[in-house]
Design a protein around this ligand. Structure first.
Ligand code: AMP
Length: 505
């Protein structure tokens, strides 16, 4: 089965229903999108590209991003969405590694795309005449006969160290992700919106799929990105809305000083957060402002968006005796994924014990592109080794610990940054924080807290003394205007450690 079948079906059954939204307007109906995607698939073939070709998307969020992705699948080709904040050399690396034959881009990125692409690679501006001509001049292509294990999406991992690796996601993998979303995250009815304020090259783009499967509307904000006021305007216009947001985006919306009218909240079905830890304090504040509309997901490119999920009902159940503990967890395994925590020898550990999180199921990638060693290591024994450390509690909820490289060892004792961060954030003056270790001749490492907010060191120290063991509290506080973050809104601890090295030297 080919993912693009959903658009063909919706084009027939829901021909007049909106398929693509741009700002508050309907941009294309399902009949229009089905027709355009079929023609664009024909246009790709007319360029001499064959099934199996890899087509890159290096573009800002755009309604045509969705259309192009559907056309790529319809033609039996594979999409290579690229983080649009990458440097030209990084883009060049991905284009070469994936053997991309064509790059869809937008005017803002055309120059970088042009510089990154080797000669002979087609460059097509999603807003340009060439794109429209490709659609207008081609005959519609039939839906390609695509096997379930054929490549659909080459997902390049963020790769904070070394070259990014291309996780190969098949049609089956993305179908499993879609089914898991519809079962455990949020149902979608025709006309329900997905607001793409986070990059389409990553989590938000993956959530295009459940919305195609059930004839929802994929809506691109006019800015192509995230701003609280724009989101509120979109919510006024689009009912049944779901939105994927990094925790930092949720926090910005929650702390935004403007008004979120009840009518907008009523249109908001789910804010799905994940990709990085959400602190309990922040989740509680989000619940208070947005109501019972939050869902948490834990996944990674290698099992896209699909390992565990903390449902809307579980997050909203504040009366539960273990509500705070649950809010601090990443939920329970999705309906179609097996999840275990294992020791160094891949043996499952007991309840409450921590180890590496592994999972298996149809959402798990085929492997890494052209990297059999990394594939064998990561998928050994038939389980995806996530590299994340976690522990299950007796109720089956999985809590993620800090990655081992983030763990601070001070005076021989392990200190988990997240624990310190959770406490710091309960101080009302702290907006954001990140805790790292700094090398120290006496202690091995000391705890350093980077703080964004209006608060002084004395107050924070007193707050920490009241709420945590003395040895865990930061020895150094650094007050900053902002923290280094990725395009996907994750705080970059590796970056922060580098900055800190410079500062302490
Ligand atoms: P990526 O492959 O770029 O999506 O990054 C995936 C990584 O983000 C995971 O391996 C985790 O380390 C982290 N991550 C994803 N979801 C969560 C979550 N809900 N809570 C904490 N960390 C998360």
């Amino acid at each position: 089965m080919n993912l693009a079948v959903w658009v063909e079906r919706a084009g027939a059954a829901y021909s007049d229903a909106p398929a693509l939204g741009w700002g508050s307007r309907v941009h294309r109906t399902y009949a229009e999108m089905a027709d355009r995607a079929a023609r664009l698939a024909g246009g790709l073939k007319d360029l001499g590209l064959a099934p199996g070709a890899r087509i890159a998307l290096f573009a800002k969020n755009h309604p045509a991003y969705v259309e192009a992705m559907v056309a790529i699948w319809r033609a039996g080709m594979a999409a290579v969405p690229i983080n649009n904040k990458l440097h030209r050399d990084e883009v060049a690396y991905i284009l070469e590694a994936s053997s991309a034959a064509l790059v869809f881009t937008t005017p803002d990125l055309a120059e970088t795309a042009g510089a990154a692409a080797a000669s002979g690679v087609h460059l097509i501006d999603l807003e340009g005449e060439g794109y429209e001509a490709l659609i207008a001049d081609a005959a519609p292509a039939r839906l390609a006969e695509t096997g379930p294990d054929e490549l659909a999406w080459l997902f390049f991992t963020s790769g904070t160290t070394g070259r990014p690796k291309g996780a190969m996601l098949s049609h089956r993998n993305l179908m499993a992700m879609t089914t898991a979303y519809l079962a455990d995250v949020a149902p979608v009815a025709p006309g329900d919106a997905c607001l793409h304020a986070a990059p389409m090259s990553h989590g938000s783009g993956l959530y295009i799929l459940p919305h195609l499967a059930h004839a929802g509307v994929n809506v691109t904000p006019e800015s192509g990105g995230f701003s609280p006021s724009e989101i509120v305007d979109l919510l006024k216009a689009w009912p049944g809305a779901a939105m994927f947001a990094a925790p930092t985006m949720v926090n910005r919306l929650v702390r935004w000083e403007g008004e979120i009218p009840q009518s907008a909240l009523e249109n908001l079905k789910a804010i799905i957060y994940g990709g990085a830890p959400m602190y309990v304090e922040d989740a509680q504040a989000a619940l208070a402002r947005l109501g019972p509309r939050l869902v948490q997901i834990y996944g990674q490119g290698e099992s896209p968006m699909t390992i565990t999920c903390l449902s809307r009902a579980e997050i909203a159940d504040r009366a539960h005796p273990r509500a705070a503990q649950r809010l601090g967890s990443a939920g329970r395994p999705y309906v179609n994924v097996e999840v275990r925590v294992v020791d160094r020898d891949d043996r499952p550990v007991g309840v409450g014990e921590s180890g590496e999180i592994v999972c298996r199921g149809d959402s798990v990638m085929l492997g890494y592109l052209d990297n059999p060693e990394a594939t064998a290591e990561t998928l050994r024994g038939g389980w995806l080794h996530t590299g994340d450390v976690g522990a299950f509690d007796a109720d089956g909820y999985l809590t993620l610990m800090d990655r081992s490289k983030d763990l601070i060892i001070s005076g021989g004792t392990n200190i988990y940054p997240r624990e310190v961060e959770e406490v710091l954030l309960t101080h009302t003056g702290v907006e954001e924080c990140s805790v790292i270790g700094r090398r120290d001749p006496d202690w091995g490492e000391i705890v350093v807290a980077y703080i964004v907010g209006a608060v002084d060191q004395g107050a924070l120290d007193a707050h920490c003394l009241e709420h945590m063991a003395r040895f865990k509290r930061p020895k150094v506080y650094v007050f900053v205007d902002d923290l280094p973050k990725s395009n996907y809104g994750k705080i970059l601890k590796t970056e922060l450690r580098k900055l800190d090295e410079g500062r302490s030297a």
